[in-house]
Each structure stands twice: as structure tokens, then as C-alpha cells.
Design a protein around this ligand. Structure first.
Ligand code: 4AD
Ligand code: MG
Length: 432
């Protein structure tokens, strides 16, 4: 008899199999018990008839099996057209492995703080399970996309001496007898990588000690940062839209069951797989917002209400181009005909989800770059290696960063980033 996973049940119809499971719920009467089971790969139902098993097994199932008890079930897989999963197991034997008494997460509603305090257990529930499966699919789609487009993965360090995105939200730590910071972006290292490998990307955790407690901010999040040599911004924008569409197609194709669990109709994702995405300039965006009576001036950064208003004008993600220099980091390339904006773009997700990508063409001129780093108040000594990239064969290059959790929150239609990362780090939370 084969030991299988629930997810493979369709391949074992009418076969006797063994599965290691946990109980998520049960219903029983004197003659029959319906056990809701999960094994980490999927959820389905086990049917236990009094006449099919020994009296001890039937009594044990009725009394000792509680929510999250672990056990082996043996039985035959049958099709079950009435259930969501489509298959069930007719149980012949049960072998208890681990008891579970007073499992804290019941089948009733719990508050979010309670659930986050129990995240180590909450991950077993069907919605977090579906969200993590989609996350995993998106991560794999990243490796596929960049692998197929000639990119080499160059891992960026986590412990750094520099602050590419500004100095206000750095996590400082001791690095023997000097200070170091947890990386807030791998970008500067990817630029070195692009000049060595043409097209590179990193995928790793980044850290921002942002005191903002919003549904769009995590303290620790995961970013994908591609960087392309000999590429100007327009070509980078085309790559970005192709990339986002690719990720969405992968989710639609392979995660239909998970999308249903999280409450996202795949049909509503289809339009976002159609490229190109619309583009507007920052100047046009300001005008749109002002015409709508919003209190913004040229030079202001956009917050969540502004981004939502802008995105609502379009049925697809929209690129906002060429932001003022004063609100963007030092490494961006100056506009060829204007001295007040950079050649950069943010990609705003529709449906009120805000910025999912930030990117730009990079400054290639040594003197200009050093000057803007100084102006940004950075310690020039820590950046000599980065300036070297402009000293030895500088070339046009562009790149961008996609926030994995921002993307997932949108695709999965969630309210808050905290649910699409296994163990969220929030302003007031580092447990569990
Ligand atoms: O716009 P950001 O700060 O850009 C960079 O870090 C560049 N160095 C990227 C690059 O060009 N290589 O961040 C990029 C993306 C944002 O668009 C957003 O999706 C996400 O990272 N992000 C966050 N996600 C979760 N929590 C936060 N606190 C985030 N801050 C940014
Ligand atoms: Mg940004």
C-alpha cells in the first residue's frame, strides 16, 4: 500500500492508500463520522463508517481525535462530486500520532491580533495556506521569467555600509567595531552585477525601519530587483509590464483553487495580463489630482489616497513617469531636457493597491553622481566602490524593484500586507 499526499488523490481513485494527516474539523453520529483532514498539501474529507472499522477505532475517532490531532489514515480514495476538492477517503483504519488538546484557533471568528499572535498555528488554516501557495508560485515564476530572459541571479548582501533609499529608515547594527545597516535595497550591488553580467536580478529580504503603520508597509519585506546594462528606461518599462503580466498568468494558470479560497475571481485578473500598461507623467498626475480637488502641489510625494485616485482612472496598472528630484533617491538619471525631474517610474496597481514597482534609469556620469550623493548627505567614503562603476566603462543602465508582498496583496485582493508573508514584521510585532 502506497503512502501518498492528499493533493495526489486524483491519481489513486479506488486504491487503498495511507496518508499522514491532521484533523481540522469533524461531525459524527452514532454510525458515521465525517473527518475534515489536511496533510499540508490539500484539504479533504474522510468518511468513517462504524461498520468498516474496529469499535476501538470508531470510538477513538469520535472522542480522542480533536482539532489538529495528527494521525495516519488508511483507506480507499473515492471521487466525491459534491465536495470542492472532488475526492474523499473511505477510512478503514486510524493510527493516532499526536494528540491536540484545546487548539487555540477555533472555527469561529478571531481578531487579527489573536491570529497574528498565533501565526505559527494560523498558517495551517485554509486561507493562509492558499496565500502561501500563491506566494510560492509567484516566487517560482520570478526565477522562470528572469531565467528565460537572460538574467543571472546575483545575490546582494544583507549587511551593508550604505543606504541607497535614504538614511531615515535604516536598521543600524554593530559590525564588530563599526556600524552597519540591514539592507534596504540590493540595487547598488545589482548595478555592479549588471556591468559584470549584462542582466542580473536579486531576490531577498530588505528592511525598512518605517514608523508608518499602514496596511502597505512591512518592516521586513521581499524585493525582486532586476538591473539591465545597455538599457534605457523605455525598454525597462516594456520589460516591467511583460514581467508583471507573466507573474499574473502563472497564478491564473496554476492557482485556481487557491484564488478561489482567497476570494479573487481569476477572470478579474485577465485584463492585467494584457500589455502595454498606460503611462502618465508626474506632471499630468498632479493635474488630475488637483482637478479632482485634492490638496497636492507639484513636488509632493503621493500617499495612498493619491495613488488610489490615480489608479482608479485606469483599468490596468499605470506607470507614473518622471518624478521630481526632491522626492527620489540620488542614483537616478536626470531628465535630458529638464533639471527638476528624474527618468524614473513607479508602477501603480489598480483597485487601490498603490505602488508595486519603483524603478529608474541610473545616473552614468561620475561627477554628477558623486555630487548628488553628497547633496543627499551620504558618507561618500562608503560609496567609492559604487562610484567606480562610473569610472571604468560606464554604460546606460536601468533597473527596478518589485515588492513581492505589495504584488501578492493586490493579486490576492487582501486588505493588508501582513497576510501574504509567512511571519510578518510590523511596527509593533516581532513575535512569533
Ligand atoms: O520604491 P522602492 O523604495 O525602490 C527601491 O528600493 C529601488 N532601489 C528599487 C530598484 O530600483 N532596484 O521600493 C521598491 C518596491 C516598492 O515599489 C514597493 O512595492 C516595495 O518595494 N516596498 C515595500 N513593500 C512592503 N513594505 C514596505 N515598507 C515597502 N517599501 C517599499
Ligand atoms: Mg518607491
Amino acid at each position: 500500500m502506497e503512502t501518498i499526499n492528499i493533493i495526489d488523490a486524483p491519481k489513486h481513485v479506488n486504491e487503498r492508500v495511507r496518508i499522514g494527516v491532521w484533523l481540522t474539523d469533524k461531525r459524527s453520529s452514532g454510525k458515521i463520522a465525517f473527518l475534515q483532514l489536511r496533510d499540508g498539501t490539500a484539504f479533504f474529507q474522510g468518511i468513517l463508517r462504524k461498520n468498516d472499522v474496529t469499535p476501538e477505532v470508531f470510538e477513538m475517532a469520535r472522542h480522542e481525535l480533536r482539532q489538529e490531532s495528527s494521525f495516519w489514515v488508511t483507506g480507499e480514495i473515492h471521487e466525491d462530486a459534491r465536495s470542492k476538492f472532488g475526492y474523499e477517503i473511505q477510512i478503514e483504519d486510524i493510527e493516532l500520532i499526536g494528540e491536540s488538546v484545546d487548539y487555540p484557533i477555533g472555527n469561529k471568528e478571531h481578531g487579527i491580533d489573536f491570529l497574528l499572535d498565533h501565526r505559527h498555528l494560523w498558517l495551517r488554516s485554509s486561507k493562509p495556506h492558499a496565500l502561501m501557495r500563491i506566494r510560492d508560485r509567484v516566487i517560482r515564476a520570478n526565477y522562470e521569467f528572469f531565467g528565460e530572459h537572460g538574467f543571472t541571479k546575483i545575490d546582494a548582501p544583507i549587511l551593508t555600509a550604505n543606504a541607497p533609499e535614504g538614511t531615515t529608515d535604516l536598521f543600524k547594527t554593530k559590525y564588530f567595531d563599526r556600524d552597519a545597516y540591514l539592507s534596504q535595497s540590493g540595487q547598488l550591488y545589482e548595478e555592479a552585477g549588471a556591468l559584470a553580467f549584462d542582466r542580473v536580478y536579486s531576490f531577498g529580504p530588505v528592511f525598512r525601519a518605517e514608523k508608518s503603520k499602514t496596511r502597505r508597509h512591512l518592516i521586513e519585506f521581499w524585493m525582486i530587483e532586476p538591473e539591465m546594462a545597455f538599457m534605457h528606461q523605455e525598454e525597462s518599462l516594456q520589460l516591467q509590464e511583460e514581467y508583471v503580466a507573466y507573474l499574473i498568468k502563472a497564478v491564473i494558470k496554476d492557482c485556481s483553487r487557491e484564488l478561489e479560497v482567497v476570494g479573487r475571481d481569476p477572470k478579474t485578473l485577465e485584463p492585467f495580463t494584457q500589455t502595454p500598461y498606460p503611462r502618465i507623467s508626474y506632471d499630468e498626475a498632479i493635474k488630475l489630482l488637483q482637478d479632482a480637488g485634492m490638496d497636492v502641489q507639484w513636488g509632493d510625494d503621493f500617499g495612498s489616497p493619491e495613488e488610489t485616485y490615480l489608479a482608479n482612472h485606469f483599468s490596468k496598472p499605470v506607470f507614473v513617469l518622471n518624478y521630481p528630484k526632491s522626492i527620489k533617491p540620488f542614483y537616478m538619471k536626470g531628465h535630458p531636457t529638464r533639471d527638476d525631474v528624474y527618468v524614473c517610474a513607479d508602477l501603480l496597481a489598480p483597485e487601490g493597491y498603490g505602488e508595486i514597482i519603483g524603478g529608474s534609469e541610473r545616473e552614468t556620469d561620475y561627477d554628477t553622481l558623486v555630487a548628488s550623493a553628497k547633496e543627499a548627505g551620504l558618507n561618500i567614503d562608503d560609496y567609492q566602490w559604487y562610484f567606480d562603476l562610473r569610472k571604468y566603462g560606464t554604460v546606460p543602465h536601468s533597473g527596478f524593484g518589485l515588492g513581492l508582498e505589495r504584488f501578492l496583496t493586490w493579486i490576492c485582493l487582501q486588505d493588508h500586507l501582513r497576510e501574504v508573508i509567512p511571519f510578518p514584521r510590523l511596527l509593533n510585532r516581532i513575535y512569533p
